[in-house]
Design a protein around this ligand. Sequence first.
Ligand code: PLP
Length: 422
Amino acid sequence: MHHFSYRGGILHAEDVPLPQIAAAVGTPFYCYSSATLTRHYRVFEDALKGLGATICFAVKSNANLAVIRTLVNLGAGCDVVSGGELQLALKAGCPPEKIVFSGMGKTEAELRLALACDVGQINVESEAELETLSRLASGMGKTARIALRVNPDVDSGGHDKITTGRKEDKFGIEWTLAPALYRKARALPGIAPVAVAVHIGSQITQLAPFEAAFLRVRDLVVMLRADGIDIRHLDLGGGLGVPYDHTSNTTPPSPEAYGAMVKRAVGDLGCALTFEPGRLIVGNAGILVSEVITLKESTTRKFVIVDAAMNDLVRPAMYGARHDIIPVKEARAGDVAAVDVVGPVCETTDIFAKGYALPPLAPGDLVAFLTAGAYGAVMASTYNARPLIPEVMVQGDHFAVIRRRPTFAEMTALEQLPPWIE
Ligand SMILES: *Cc1c(COP(=O)(O)O)cnc(C)c1O
């Protein structure tokens, strides 16, 4: 469910017609609906009622301060994977005790920052990191509340490039090695092993891999408790998928079904739970709006060339991801042709959709790429010297620019010629 819909034949974000925003900020731009963000957060929260759950928004999916703040104001914590994200979460007003610091290669500087800020939990990904953290924490007179992120060796069934929970993936600590490492953690100065963490991947569209992973976590908790390590906290990660593409018939499990499965798997352990959803909260809450530059026909293909490109939304080029594309001006039913929707970047992979059914479009028409709120703006680059595009947030009948388009001077402000070039 999201709040982007046609009214009087024009696509609106909540109560705002998208052409109005396009006229104000220019295209392309990202547009987020705060009602949708709020709704997704509440639906997930409801699905986890009674489980003592804290929802830590995965900042890497959308790092705009206004998005983070909207969720923090609803009670969310933050899951961060770098020192930069940690600072963003704090800047957005997230209480440090609600911050989980994940990430599989944290530098000493990042660990020191996390300790200095007293984040709620640090998820440790290796024995070496555990030792480093112990040394830093005891040096600073701190005790780090940690989870070991275990790798449960399950295949999430998601896209190969975003699966993280198989033994051969680079993430986490092999679950069979975890008990020994927890014993070591207990003995190390500056370390309080309080939780077990798991995160098996992203855009997961079945419950079974989650359940398999959570049952492994459950076994581990029972073993650890028998060993005198009284785990009372589980971090079950993010990863629940969202529907992207109306032509595929995979429907991700509902938050309710996910919540019921969690209850089944670990509900009786007496553990407080943390979840780290990103995509589920923000995916459908954002769209990318773009203008048609021109049309081109070859003997075999019809191309629609739009002003958004792979540097603005890289998921199709990087993961073969598919986003629904719809015209901002509603089309008559049935009036469609198969076209390739492409961006202007000089790369063959700069293609959003191939053979995609769209109504007749003309230069100047607007189209919307749906479900672009997660892993969209955060992955953008300035490739081809294209400025980062604006982000806009809508609430009811008003909108605000939440990140403006940089000027050319701003884009190049950090560059300078070396002294030997005239
Ligand atoms: C990316 C990531 C998430 C969020 O994943 P989504 O699929 O967006 O829910 C959560 N936790 C960790 C550790 C991550 O790396």
